[in-house]
Design a protein around this ligand. Structure first.
Ligand SMILES: [Zn+2]
Length: 283
């Protein structure tokens, strides 16, 4: 597995408005909005759980290091629908714990590769070398995970709330956001983090990512708050900063600086609250 692909995104921690909280040794779960839970995968990545009247939606499966399935079953007894916002291993790592996972076709091969139980060991790269205790591991019988494709407009019907797929290529070709239509929440994977990585192997050219951001802006009336894959929720106007940042890179008005990470070197520009790390040869 290319190291650069394993690396992905930077983890941030923050203070949340808490309604309820549960803790295990590995995960922390906080209720951010009515029946919307953030499951913090060891300070590395956000997994979201939306409980509806008839079913619950799991958005991303995290690192795959610990027993996510049991953590989710502590929060909901409803039938589960599982979806990956994209197929980087910190978002699809625990796919192997579920019978069926929805993912965009353009990311499906990575979802298969990174969602295997054999990937568990690699999670320590995102957790400073920490690994779960033995009683935190997934110990059920291995199951075959069926991947099911989703595309623009697909709706997950949870009974009293509908969650719609919005294609957002850029960070990966098959990246999607998920729109909670009734509650105007947008779950954004790695598309709208305060630092977005666009320099990884497989990232789209920067001008295509700009098209994705402008598409999101055209739909501003449909959502109020962004729930990112890393970091804390932010209001939708954050996307304006991202658009200005990317436009500044493309027209040369944003002065870039060198950027180094365990995933490789790149350039980075910042505008307002938004930073984008990019490959100058993939604009
Ligand atoms: Zn990612």
């Amino acid at each position: 597995m290319p190291r650069i692909i394993f690396a992905l995104c930077i983890a941030f921690t923050g203070i949340y408005q808490l309604n309820a909280q549960t803790n295990s040794a590995w995960f922390t779960a906080r209720e951010l909005a009515e029946n919307v839970w953030l499951i913090d995968d060891h300070n590395a990545v956000n997994i979201y759980l939306i409980e509806g009247q008839d079913a619950s939606l799991v958005i991303d499966t995290g690192l795959g290091a610990a027993d996510l399935f049991s953590q989710i079953r502590d929060l909901t007894t409803k039938p589960l629908i599982v979806v990956n916002t994209h197929a980087h291993p910190d978002h699809s790592g625990a796919n192997y714990q579920f019978k069926k996972v929805y993912v965009h076709a353009a990311d499906s091969s990575n979802a298969r590769n990174f969602g295997m139980p054999t990937q568990q060991g690699g999670a320590s790269m995102m957790t400073g070398g920490q690994v779960p205790e033995k009683d935190e591991l997934f110990t059920r019988e291995p199951i075959f995970t069926r991947l099911a494709p989703v595309a623009e407009g697909h709706i997950f019907d949870l009974g009293d709330r509908r969650i719609q797929v919005m294609e957002t290529p850029g960070h990966t070709p098959g990246g999607i956001c998920l729109l909670d239509i009734e509650n105007k929440l947008l779950f954004t994977g790695d598309n709208n983090n305060i630092l977005v990585w666009l320099f990884l192997e497989g990232c789209s050219p920067l001008h295509e990512y700009l098209e994705t951001l402008e598409k999101q802006k055209q739909r501003f009336s449909e959502f109020d708050t962004l729930y990112p894959g890393h970091g804390i929720p932010v209001s939708k106007d954050f996307i304006n900063d991202q658009i200005a940042c990317v436009k500044g890179i493309l027209d040369g008005t944003c002065e870039s600086e060198p950027y180094e990470s365990f995933a490789g070197t790149a350039s980075v520009c910042t505008w307002g609250r938004a930073s984008v790390a990019f490959d100058p040869d993939n604009l």
